[in-house]
Design a protein around this ligand. Structure first.
Ligand SMILES: [Mn+2]
Length: 382
């Protein structure tokens, strides 16, 4: 009895091409491991794709991996997550399902306000699933959920949701796992953590989905269930170097950052430069990031990521370099943040970036709206 459980693959996630690639390579590494371990099947607990309308490029890569699994005769059982399920109920997973590359196991009926799950049977397994929804709407659905019994079979329940036990006191809507139907294995997705207790587990994401996750998790993971044991498989394809540096003088910062980086082995690494502090001299635009980037590139780093959101200007009387319009936006936001401190300020920059995306030529307005809303929702964590 040996199967794999992965989820939150978020294929097509990340704007930066190098990280988008690493996200995919991590998925590929997980598939390689599953083939090598000769698992009987793979469970994917939602968020295979980062959005309900993946790009052609993302689809090509994903199909190629599903094809390898099909050739190896390793079936895939899947549910949609909060990211790959549109509010219109459409999901690209149904295309994969119809093409015979996976089975969407979210099969249920509603009777007197109760969700009743039907199993997908495979060998001596009964696999039940219920997809995640936007805004954690699935949490209410799952209250009182029932399953159609499958006597004598090993029962697996796949959910894309938050369970209270894994969250602690975080004020997020969550399911009480003790009220869920009793099964042999509860395969969870949605929370980007690795959690394992008794017969239930979150696999963790295949690859971290943003900068803070990357720092926290350092890489991706999934699980292999092997005769009652849940084994965590870590996926770390690149080393991570995080530089935290206080900057007071922006005019000297470029050299300071480079001399700090000189002490690190940057070879093939994901390099994160995090700057913080109150600027006493110069302004953010005095830091020459292209010089820093060419330094890291010369030292063969895989990618350079920078975070400057914790750099502050001393007063609101800032001089704007009107000619540099990209910088102007940033300076205005900084000025606003300095005079209006608040916990929502950290959303400004990512929201501005997210709302800059353009509608694609053949994309319907409603799809585009949904994509924008999903992106904004992700940033606002709603
Ligand atoms: Mn996710």
């Amino acid at each position: 009895m040996k199967f794999a459980h992965m989820g939150d693959c978020h294929l097509g996630g990340w704007r930066h091409p190098a990280l988008k690639e690493l996200n995919f390579l991590s998925f590929q590494a997980a598939i390689n491991k599953c083939i090598k371990e000769k698992v009987e099947f793979i469970l994917i607990t939602g968020d295979l794709f980062d959005n309900p309308y993946p790009s052609i490029e993302t689809l090509k890569e994903a199909f190629q991996e599903f094809r390898r699994l099909k050739e190896e005769r390793i079936p895939v059982f899947i549910i949609a997550g909060s990211h790959d399920y549109s509010s219109a109920g459409k999901t690209f997973l149904d295309v994969l399902d119809r093409a015979g590359f996976c089975t969407n196991v979210s099969n249920f009926e509603e009777k007197n306000n109760t969700i009743f799950l039907h199993p997908t049977l495979y060998k001596n397994y009964a696999i039940y699933g219920y997809s995640g929804k936007k805004s954690s709407l699935e949490v209410e659905d799952l209250e009182g959920v029932k399953i159609q019994d499958s006597p004598g079979l090993f029962k697996i329940l796949m959910l894309h949701t938050a369970i209270r036990d894994a969250l602690g006191t975080l004020p997020i809507k969550a399911v009480d796992h003790t009220k869920l139907p009793k099964v042999n294995y509860l395969a969870l997705g949605h929370l980007h953590i690795f959690y394992q207790k008794e017969n239930r587990a979150y696999s963790g994401p295949i690859f971290p989905n943003n900068l803070s996750e990357l720092e926290e998790l350092k890489g991706g993971s999934f699980c292999i269930y092997d005769n009652g044991k849940i084994i965590r498989e870590e996926i770390r394809l690149k080393p991570l170097r995080v530089i935290n540096l206080e900057i007071k003088n922006a005019l000297k910062a470029t050299d300071e950052i480079i001399s700090t980086l000189e002490k690190e082995n940057l070879n093939d690494a994901i390099v994160i430069v995090k700057l913080y502090g109150m600027l006493e001299k110069g302004k953010l635009s005095d830091i020459d990031f292209s010089k820093i980037e060419s330094f890291t590139r010369k030292n063969n780093s895989y990618v350079l990521l920078k975070s400057t959101s914790k750099i502050h200007m001393p007063d609101s009387e800032m001089k704007f370099d009107i000619l540099d319009s990209g910088n102007l936006e940033q300076e205005i936001v900084k000025k606003f943040e300095n005079t209006n401190p608040g916990k929502f300020n950290s959303f400004i920059d990512p929201l501005m970036k997210a709302l800059q995306v353009e509608k694609q030529d053949d994309e319907k307005t409603s799809n585009f709206e949904e994509r924008i809303l999903a992106e904004a929702g992700k940033i606002l964590k709603i």
